[in-house]
Design a protein. Structure first.
Lengths: 329, 326, 351
């Protein structure tokens, strides 16, 4: 299958009062057509910034992409001008965001906001536009879709708003859907509804998905491949089943052991990771996880490990083999 | 009343918030039925998990127990004494023995007080210690929760979310409470920090013999830390049983749906799972559905569910559920 | 919403009652009467004057008389006489019955003028000045604020905000004469004082004609008066727009590929106008009821000076009249602002 998106050595910085925060420090990944890639990490690891910065969606006075390229359909999204990328956003690449409460304009109706991508990208008349919008609302499971078009965002519940957000993202039939933690703010049963909805739409419409989350549970059922991030770097890239069966990066391993599982019968003390995530005022020249790592060796403190092959389609940025505790050859 | 070894016995607890309307004179036209007849008990040293989604009333229950909201009706027997009947000075005295840890580590600490002042305030208010003694006790507490006592002079904004939550724990423990109500204490924290705080809570429970009411929406974490779990929906408890029984043999359809919805960090399991997807939205707590409240979303609902409110009863040893169909 | 408006109007009546009572008490609590100041008046004449204006009656009686004249409509079968005692603001006829309402009384400073005359002849001038100044303030303040916010921390921002600070800091009493000196004395392109329209007014408020002859008198005072308000509006617009532009829904709009220009006009502006509208209410009331200094500097025959001079002159009817007028404007302006909120922000609903 052809490559839809190829990102190479992406680096993004933020200028702040305390100094320059190196949020993304050389991230590379690729996405095939029809594939679902999960990007997993905790807050501050750079997962959202990676994707948002390549789409020109980070606030540009403090934030800036300082290196790298992101090839989409042959064009580099990063060097594109703002005017050019606007043709792609909402039409070929759509995004659904985390907080359905604040992601809608409170003073405009849902209908107006939903039809906006059609107005921007497709030249169809108002009536057809409205019809298509109503159909999308029905597709995402909003009852009384026709009447609801004139309602305002605050008249919808969180789960409903997220469905409308999905409808809005898919209304122009994009090739790539980016989901930035869209279910974090939702209840678990609503989260299940939304995920089932996205999976169904994915099968029907055949889009590729990048799903950004901190939840290692959701990603297990959604993604084909997973990318784990820490300190602005990719620390492990692996097909999804392998991630849980044979994690190779100490951070991934520690993260998995710190999670309680609902299907566990006995009581296992959670393995906590001491310390705090790094602040990234300097670009990491050695492994950012070293201070918290249980497998750390000399080399980790002086050299930044690249992504090394550790299995089939499986890479990890670590000098140590966690199975043996010794350095990889 | 005899409570046979139970530290806390909740009987028919009700908390309604009135809705007022009116042009000049306001009158009550309805109420939000936040907590609508809830009963359970907790033994000394035990952790009871109270789990449910947003709007189910679990936080309100926690606060009504601590009398932070005065219950509309019902009884809260703490060490045999009904807290609902207590007022003023008597109630203040009892507050020493029951404390709360709050959800938002950023909002629940006064930004204008130093950490030392925050942790020591309870000691000062209840006149448990004076002067230097307070400082010693504060230092000891900070160490116990894993913070450097030298930080006692700093302000909350200088700490991370996880550290702030530890400060909250230290504050709650300062007055040697018997019962600690943890109201979503880790929801706002990163995953790797959540484990740190949970382990801390468990260690402290072992050391001081604390009793916890652990309120959260994360069923995985609730099952991990609790011995028994109660599931709430729209103001009532729908199921209450031990943590293993809840997973192995969930009886109430809502519990089943909830368990089905919780993702498991294991791709082989997740990819094969058939989920029970609930339809519709949670009804409004202003006008809860007649009969069984869950019937509007229940895949198994029958006519009796509309007509009759199901009784919360023991359907198996130490296994309570409110459903006509079990 | 209807309920809400009715409730607010009832509150308006209550506010006016309370304001009139407090003002009345304070007025009479200050020592001295309206006729003591001038040349020594023989005691018989003083007594006559006091009797004529009912100032010898006990205070509660005077107050009740005032309320009767102002707040209650009068019904009479006699056709209205146009005397100083009988000048009502509203007169109409229902077959044989005459209905009259709102007699604010005579002014003590003249034998033939009433407060209603002042309202009819000088209030419109102040209103015209005020409305023009408000218009200028909005038309310059909002765009300036928007530009400063969109080009934050650039030369446009710094220049714009410096201008705003200048407008806020330099008072009319300095700016006014400065403008007069530059444009009227040195360059001689604009008149130094006066106003371009006289009674009668269109619909009781507006000038009859709107040519250069009108505007040449208006330009300098409107700029002098409007600049300060413009500055306040610019700073507020900038602050709220800066905040709104960082909201999540703006990011959503950009993520849909919307042109930046439309992101601002369609999504950001409506949300950022709400705080600006808040201050427009009181600002409108203040500007429209007359500004003493501006009118003095530019020799404009407006109402402003009555607010100040009536107190020193102990001109009781004028004091009461001007204060009640200001209260009415203020309360109604705030009510309009609140209704505008509900129109702008669908989350706000009044019951």
């Amino acid at each position: 299958m052809p490559e839809l998106l190829q990102v190479k050595d992406l680096e993004t910085n933020f200028r702040t009062n305390e100094g320059i925060i190196h949020a993304v420090n050389g991230v590379s990944f690729h996405l095939k057509e029809g594939e679902t890639l999960g990007i997993v990490g905790e807050s501050g690891c750079g997962k959202s910034v990676t994707v948002m910065s390549m789409l020109h969606l980070i606030p540009s006075p403090p934030g800036k992409v300082v290196a790298g390229q992101a090839l989409y359909a042959g064009q580099d999204l990063i060097t594109m001008k703002d005017q050019e990328i606007r043709h792609i956003l909402g039409a070929q690449i759509s995004i659904i965001f985390q907080d359905p409460m604040t992601s809608f304009n409170p003073v405009l109706t849902i209908g107006k906001q939903l039809m906006e991508p059609l107005e921007i990208h497709q030249n169809i008349d108002k009536t057809s536009s409205k019809e298509r919008a109503i159909r999308m609302l029905e597709m995402v499971g909003i009852p009384n879709a026709g009447e609801r078009m004139g309602d305002y965002p605050h008249q919808f519940s969180g789960g409903m708003r997220q469905r409308v957000m999905i409808a809005m993202a898919l209304i122009c039939n994009p090739q790539l859907l980016i989901a930035d933690e869209p279910t974090t703010a939702l209840d678990v049963t609503i989260q299940a509804q939304i995920i089932e909805l996205v999976k169904r739409l994915r099968d029907e419409l055949g889009m590729s998905i990048i799903w950004i989350t901190h939840d290692l549970g959701i990603i297990a059922g959604l993604a084909d491949r997973v990318m784990v991030m820490y300190g602005g770097l990719v620390v492990e890239e692996v097909p999804v089943v392998e991630l849980y069966v044979n994690p190779q990066h100490p951070y991934t391993i520690a993260l998995l052991s710190s999670l309680p599982r609902v299907d566990e019968l006995g009581h296992r003390r959670l393995a906590s990771i001491d310390g705090l995530p790094p602040v990234l005022l300097e670009k990491p020249s050695s492994c950012p996880f070293a201070p918290r790592c249980q497998f750390v060796i000399e080399r980790c403190w002086s050299e930044l490990p690249p992504l090394l092959p550790v299995g089939v389609d499986h890479t990890a940025a670590c000098w140590v083999d966690p199975g043996t505790g010794k350095e990889r050859s | 009343m005899t409570t046979n070894g139970d530290l806390l016995v909740i009987q028919n607890l009700v908390k309604h918030f009135p809705i007022m309307r009116g042009v000049i004179f306001q009158k009550q036209i309805g109420a939000v039925h936040a907590v609508d007849d809830v009963s359970f008990s907790i033994k000394k040293g035990e952790t009871l998990g109270l789990v449910g989604e947003s709007g189910c009333g679990k936080s309100t229950t926690g606060r009504a127990i601590l009398q932070l909201y005065r219950p509309t009706s019902g009884h809260v027997y703490f060490q045999g004494v009904d807290l609902v009947q207590l007022k003023g000075k008597e109630l203040r005295k009892v507050r020493r023995s029951m404390q709360m840890i709050f959800q938002d580590p950023y909002a629940s600490l006064n930004p204008r007080m130093t950490v030392g002042e925050i942790v020591g305030e309870g000691l000062y208010v209840h006149q448990l210690n004076q002067g230097k003694e307070i400082q010693d006790k504060v230092d000891a507490l900070l160490e116990k929760v894993g913070l450097d006592p030298a930080y006692a002079n700093r302000y909350p904004h200088e700490f991370s979310g996880g550290q702030r939550q530890r400060i909250g724990v230290a504050r709650a423990l300062a007055v040697n409470p018997l019962l600690v109500v943890c109201d979503e204490p880790i929801s706002a924290l990163d995953v790797s920090i959540q484990a740190q705080v949970i382990n801390l809570l468990e260690d402290l429970q072992g050391e001081f013999g604390l009793t916890y009411l652990f309120i959260a929406h994360d069923l995985s974490m609730v099952r991990h830390i609790s011995q028994r779990v109660a599931v709430m929906y729209l103001g009532i408890i729908v199921e209450l049983t031990s943590r293993n029984e809840m997973y192995l043999n969930p009886l109430h359809p809502y519990t089943q749906a909830l368990l089905s919805a919780v993702p498991v960090p294991d791709a082989r399991i997740e990819r094969k799972r058939q989920r029970i997807i609930l339809t519709g939205e949670v009804p409004s707590p202003v006008k809860p559905p007649s009969g069984c409240r869950f019937r509007t979303r229940c895949p198994l609902a029958k006519q009796i569910c509309t007509d009759q409110k199901p009784e919360f009863r023991e359907v198996a040893p130490d296994h309570f559920a409110a459903c006509h169909l079990v | 919403m209807g309920h809400y408006i009715v409730r607010r109007l009832i509150y308006l009546a209550a506010v006016l009652l309370v304001v009139s009572a407090i003002t009345f008490i304070l007025m009479h609590a200050v020592p001295g009467g309206p006729f003591d100041q001038e040349k020594r008046v023989p005691p018989e004449i003083l007594a006559n004057l006091n009797r004529r204006y009912h100032l010898n009656e006990p205070l509660p009686v005077q107050y009740s008389r005032y309320l009767y004249d102002v707040m209650l409509p009068h019904f009479t079968t006699n056709p209205p006489k146009n005397t100083v005692d009988n000048d009502f603001l509203i007169n109409f006829r229902i077959s044989k019955l005459w209905v009259q309402w709102m007699n604010f009384g005579p002014t003590y400073s003249s034998r033939s003028r009433t407060v209603n005359d002042i309202f009819r002849q000088q209030l419109p001038v102040s209103m015209q000045l005020g409305i023009l100044a408000l218009f200028l303030a909005i038309a310059t303040g909002i765009p300036l604020g928007i530009m400063a916010a969109l080009k934050q921390n650039t030369i446009f921002d710094y220049l714009g905000m410096s201008l705003a600070i200048f407008g806020v800091c330099v008072p009319v009493i300095v700016l006014g004469p400065l403008l007069v000196w530059i444009f009227a004395v040195e360059m001689k392109v604009l008149p130094a004082s006066g106003w371009g329209s006289t009674p009668p007014f269109l619909f009781g408020v507006f000038p009859q004609t709107l040519g250069w002859d009108y505007f040449k008198f208006a330009i300098l005072p409107v700029v002098a008066l409007g600049l300060g308000s413009s500055a306040i509006i610019a700073r507020l617009t900038r602050a709220t727009l800066l905040q709104v532009v960082r909201e999540d829904y703006i990011r959503t709009a950009r993520a849909k590929g919307l042109l930046e220009r439309l992101v601002i006009t369609r999504h950001a502006l409506k949300n950022s106008l709400i705080p600006v509208i808040t201050i427009l209410g009181p600002l409108f009331a203040a500007l429209v009821t007359g500004t003493f200094v501006t009118e003095l500097i530019f020799g404009i025959p407006g109402m402003g000076r009555y607010f100040v001079t009536s107190i020193t002159n102990r001109d009781y009817p004028v004091i009461m009249g001007t204060i009640l007028l200001y209260s009415v404007f203020l309360v109604i302006a705030n009510l309009v602002v609140d209704i505008l909120y509900a129109y702008l922000d669908p989350r706000i609903r009044y019951d």
